[in-house]
Ligand binder design. Structure first.
Ligand code: NDP
Length: 291
């Protein structure tokens, strides 16, 4: 029997309608909308598309987004000075610096310059530490979106075997930690993992965040397992493929995300949720999460 399709697009739409209502309530209570500053340095075409999509999503729910598009010649000092200004701007509750940055700018210094209370990507070391310690804080958007999808579909996590393929700081590592906090038994795989197929075969949940089209085959999936495909791999004909061979895996899995229309729309939705969460925390005054 073919798997249930985990429709990220539909869930994202429903969540965005809720966020829109909550944004309106925040605005009525505080007199200002939640504000997101999006900083783009240079002209990377993919980054321009991501930034535009984020801006549109903000507009649709009533979040005030302000774009700072800087030339690729911008110095690190200039970028840090902009971040400092945004950190102190009371109308701005979230700051997102689109990665990658040009090679002459130290990404780490930039991420660390963002105030943790405004770090809506959840990449600041203070927020990473809060995630590891299971304390309240801003969580990275892609893993948060994956958990929202799994919870919405009622996929059980406690006591299950979860295999995450890919150990990046933005997807694999934070997701592994979130699944651990939900009492899954987590295996985190990478390019040096021996016999990846065998590791995947024992999983009740497989998450692929690798960036290699159709690496995960249908016969790597345990019958009935949930499969989350984070991969976005542009093909020569312009189409998108995930990291999972969908046509094969859909025959075996219990539930599976499509590409596109699975994890992608949830990622932007979580950015909106994080901006709202940051705005609420900042409006409530200093707390554990905003110090
Ligand atoms: P990275 O390139 O940062 O990390 C890729 C990971 O995959 C690394 O840990 C690497 O291992 C591992 N890997 C590479 N080849 C293999 C292999 N043959 N077997 C097992 N593991 C392997 O990727 P990201 O996490 O940034 O992104 C992963 C994918 O997800 C990309 O396609 C990206 O476009 C997509 N993405 C989608 C998002 C969405 O919203 N839908 C958001 C973010 C990313 P090692 O560490 O050993 O090198």
């Amino acid at each position: 029997m073919a798997a249930t399709i985990l429709d990220g697009k539909a869930l994202a739409q429903a969540r965005r309608a809720q966020i829109q209502e909550e944004v309106a309530r925040f605005r009525a209570e505080t007199g200002i909308p939640p504000g997101l500053a999006v900083v783009l340095v240079g002209d990377d075409p993919a980054s321009r598309i991501y930034v535009r999509n984020k801006e549109r999503a903000c507009q649709a729910v009533g979040i005030a987004s302000e774009q700072h598009h800087l030339p690729s010649s911008t110095s690190q000092a200039q970028l840090l000075s902009l971040i400092d200004r945004l950190n102190r701007d009371p109308r701005i509750h979230g700051i997102l610096v689109q990665l990658p940055l040009p090679p002459h700018i130290d990404e780490r210094a930039v991420i660390e310059a963002i105030h943790p209370a405004k770090d809506v990507d959840g990449f600041h070391p203070a927020n990473v530490a809060r995630l590891v310690l299971n304390q309240e804080g801003l969580r990275p958007c892609t893993p948060a979106g994956i958990l929202a999808l799994l919870d919405h579909a009622g996929v059980p996590l406690a006591g299950t075997e979860a295999v995450v393929v890919g150990r990046s700081n933005i997807v694999g590592k934070p997701l592994a930690m979130m699944l651990l906090h939900r009492d899954a038994t987590v295996t985190l795989c990478h390019s040096r993992t021996r016999d990846l197929a065998a590791v995947c075969r024992r999983a009740d949940l497989v998450v692929a965040a690798v960036g290699r089209a159709e690496l995960i085959r249908g016969d790597w999936i345990k019958p009935g397992a949930a499969v989350i495909d984070v991969g976005i791999n542009r093909q020569p004909d312009g189409s998108l493929k995930g990291d999972v061979a969908f046509d094969e895996a859909v025959q075996v899995a219990g539930a599976i995300t499509p590409v596109p229309g699975g994890v992608g729309p949830m990622t932007i939705t979580m950015l909106l949720e994080n901006t709202l969460q940051a705005a609420r925390q900042l409006a409530a005054g200093p707390s554990e999460a905003t110090r």
